[in-house]
Design a protein around this ligand. Structure first.
Ligand code: COA
Length: 332
């Protein structure tokens, strides 16, 4: 069975940069509070109503295609991970497919929030190893800024999230030693309401009411401390599992890219695992939490900066709403 290799990567964020200071026009907060608690300095937000997540995904995909010297027609499958789909239905994958001009190829939406890219990667890896598809586009794309609560109750989440998209093109490699070595996925729905968006919802009738709107149920809600506590336990666990599964150790890791929800979480994860500073990559200071887009954006930045060379061991890990979490081990 062939392994799955990364053929190409790309990312795109909206032009508009929003600093911490700018957020103080909506929320009682400060640059100091945000930087100290989360490590975030700025994030990118779309010009609301003019750019959808699938537009950001399209730009990221164009870059990845160009770098691979490929045309949209060379793709044979799209997997689109997002927490913030363009519409309730159909899925965002079909909008991206339409914008790419490649009718016919399958477009799967993955809805696993901050772990979405890892779930999507795992599915793509299975399909490639089975031989079902040979050129799979996996994108993670989010537009959070149009769904924020700009009232006082929204400040805890509002300061953390950014918009953006990352894309990777995956295919089979004949080189036995390289590619995706393993993926590990987990979920625990007992914690679903610790980080969620209640409405609109088909579980309600009507799906959204005036009462829901007045109560702000259309906005995401989070029990930050609980999420933090679980994240700092689950991510190291899955990194260890990824290494053990492949008979590898911490010293073998060239780079760990952990989901970027909070720099303090990632510092604790790195410390717990005994990783040196040069073995981890963080970019949350410039992008905030871009959920499913975070990991592919970070991978692309590392590739472009020359931080990943052929044969390097890359470990990915993520934790998020659901709860969902997981890891992947990749021989670059
Ligand atoms: C959100 C997070 C940064 C908050 O940090 P924290 O140290 O846990 O802070 P708390 O929520 O306990 O709030 C502490 C105080 O700061 C206040 N606060 C919350 N958001 C604030 C903001 N943006 N600016 C200023 N003050 C804020 C709170 O109201 C609280 O005030 P109080 O003590 O008077 O009640 C942190 O919990 C976190 O990062 N959690 C995990 C987030 C995550 O991973 N999310 C996504 C996973 S995909």
């Amino acid at each position: 069975m062939p392994r799955t290799e990364f053929i190409s990567t790309g990312f795109h964020v909206p032009e508009r940069v929003v600093s911490n200071a700018e957020l103080t026009q909506w929320w009682e907060t400060s640059d100091e509070w945000i930087r100290e608690r989360s490590g975030i300095r700025e994030r990118h937000w779309v010009e609301g109503g003019k750019q959808a997540g699938s537009d950001l995904a399209l730009e990221a995909t164009r870059i990845a295609l160009e770098r691979a010297d490929m045309q949209p027609g060379d793709l044979d499958c799209i997997i689109y991970a997002t927490l913030s789909p363009d519409h309730f239905f159909p899925g965002s994958g079909v909008y991206l497919q339409r914008k790419l001009g490649v009718p016919g190829i399958p477009a799967l939406d993955v809805r696993n929030q901050c772990t979405g890219f890892l779930y999507a990667l795992s599915v793509a890896d299975g399909w490639i190893r089975m031989g079902q598809y040979r050129r799979i586009l996996v994108v993670g794309a989010e537009v959070h800024s149009t769904g924020m609560d700009f009232g006082p109750a929204g400040r805890d989440l509002g300061v953390l999230f950014g918009d953006g998209a990352g894309a990777v093109i995956l295919g089979p490699t004949g080189d036995d030693g390289r590619g995706v070595l393993s993926t590990h996925l987990f979920a625990d729905g007992r914690h679903a309401e610790l980080l969620w968006c209640e409405s609109d919802a088909s579980a309600h009738n009507p799906r959204i009411s005036h009462e829901d709107l007045d109560a702000g149920r259309q906005y995401p809600k989070m029990q930050g401390r609980d999420v933090f506590r679980h994240a700092v336990t689950r991510m190291p666990e899955t990194v260890k599992l990824a290494l053990e599964t492949n008979g590898l150790g911490i010293a073998d890791v060239k780079l760990l890219i952990a989901h970027q929800a909070n720099l303090r979480i990632n510092e604790m994860v790195a410390k717990h695992l005994g990783l040196r500073e040069d073995q981890v990559y963080n970019n949350i200071d410039r992008f905030g939490n871009t959920t499913a887009a975070t990991i592919p954006i970070a991978i692309d930045e590392c590739v472009q900066a020359g931080r990943l060379a052929r044969g390097d061991l890359l470990i990915l890990t993520a934790f998020g709403s659901g709860f969902t979490w997981g890891s992947a081990a990749i021989r670059w």
